[in-house]
Write a new protein. Sequence first.
Lengths: 315, 273
Amino acid sequence: MELKPTPTRDGFGEELVALGKINPNIVVTSGDLEDATRAEYFKKEFPDRFFNLGITEQDVVGTAAGLSTQGYVAFATSFAVFLTNRAYDMIRLDVCYNNSNVKVVCSHGGVTVGEDGASAQCLEDFAIMRVLPNMKVICPADYIEARKATRAITNTFGPFYMRTSRAPLPIITTEEDTFVIGKANVLRAGNDATIMACGVMVAEALSAAEKLKAEGINVKVVNMHTIKPIDIEMIVSSAKETGAIVTAEEHQMAGGLGSAVAEVLGQRCPCPLEIVGVKDSFGESGSPAQLLAHYGLKDVNIVEAVKKVIHRKKG
Amino acid sequence: MTPKPIDIESLKKQAVVFRRDILETLELAGSGHPGGSLSAVEIFLTLYGYQINHKANDPQWDGRDRVIVSKGHVSPVVYVTLANFGYFPKEELKTFRKFGARLQGHVHTKVPGVEFNTGSLGHGLSYANGIALGARMRAKDFKVYCVMGDGEIQEGSVWEAAMTASHFKLDHVCAIVDCNKVQENGPTNEIKSLEPLAAKWAAFGWNVLDIDGHSFEALKAAFDNFSNTKGKPTVIIANTIKGKGISFMEGKSAWHGKAPNKEQLALALAELK
């Protein structure tokens, strides 16, 4: 059955309702953006466990941390830019330094936010979240994975950051696929190079693999849904098997998935690496498709990067 | 509610002990924050010696009142309070700020009785509100206290939280502003005026008690007022003197974040009788 593309924020919102029915200890704070983050699904079902704190991101995070002390799994929700950037010190101190059971879940990651433009398009969240001790960082690739990830972070104690999308993303995982925090999923086998992607870029990576196959190049495709803790074993084994890696993310090239992979490669098993991401610039207004193309985040850009990395491998 | 007993003469004697312990602890550490610790002695003594329900031998007791120290740099007065009330041996005060010690430079939950790691200002009140919201959902009746500095409340996050506490009618939250009028680089009202402070809190929907923060009688009355106030949060603006009790430290921003040396300690202790 062909499932229609769905925003990962919908997966988060719907799963949170399902979890709320079996887990009375889930509470949610929101910075008056629950309509956008889909936390409003939870609000409608469980108004007594939902707190719209108004346009006060610092308070949204701090209050969630306080709530968590009373045995609650506290979700702090808003746009990715607002919580991870504006409330950074609260995430650092209240959530991470105090090792609180708070899940920072933010919609509106990346340029696929679209027409709202750069101020709402978060392109630095992976970088600034993954440097925080105790924090774990997740970016699901589709609706199904977003539901599984929501379940997994609810049932795992401690700080999490999860980025969801505003844009509908193609369904590329199945209900049967496993989702384990920190364990990447191989979506396709191949020997010439490995593409490691997260979020919207996983679908682009699969499309790139098809295009490359037509040219006789067989790539392994890995869904790196967990950016921290990064799956070291998967990176090392992929480097050994294929000798070349391309990463792809809807994020600045600096500091995100590519950097996390580079840190492992550099220390464990150096091999040629190409990073597909936004090249040190802010986003702008446009449709998601236009912006992905403009910022070099399409399958064709991954194809180009794979060819380059294979060329480098051959020396 | 029935009035609780209070032994003000005993508290006054303990205040002298606390100030000595604070200064000796700071001198041994060689760094730390005396000014805001000395100004808050009566606040902490009245909290732990009169107002709050707590068990030193069971710091995680679920029914305890929570004290959130938002101005985390006043770790000396916090640790001295907890040690004197039996949360850990007083001997351990000698390890303050030393490598490997539980007694971190800014308050830390490694220390029995500390509820929240702080040090960055403006974090405590949101956290206290969250605890109070959670406790209300659990039908728990304990109170949540949040001790802040007056300089600290220049942080915008404090006012975000102030709106939350009144909007959600968190009458189990009691904010205490140690209003010592001096911050790191000078008088608070020269750097960025907070006045009219009581009117600001009142405008944010709080029950405001503007008192002498060195008077045990006034502190007791304020806490009693809080205990009997329903439907809104309470803020106690405790007017204090930075560096209280030591003539050469009083009102001086220079003593915000500097430990006394041996000679200064001797002079200070001579003033504390």
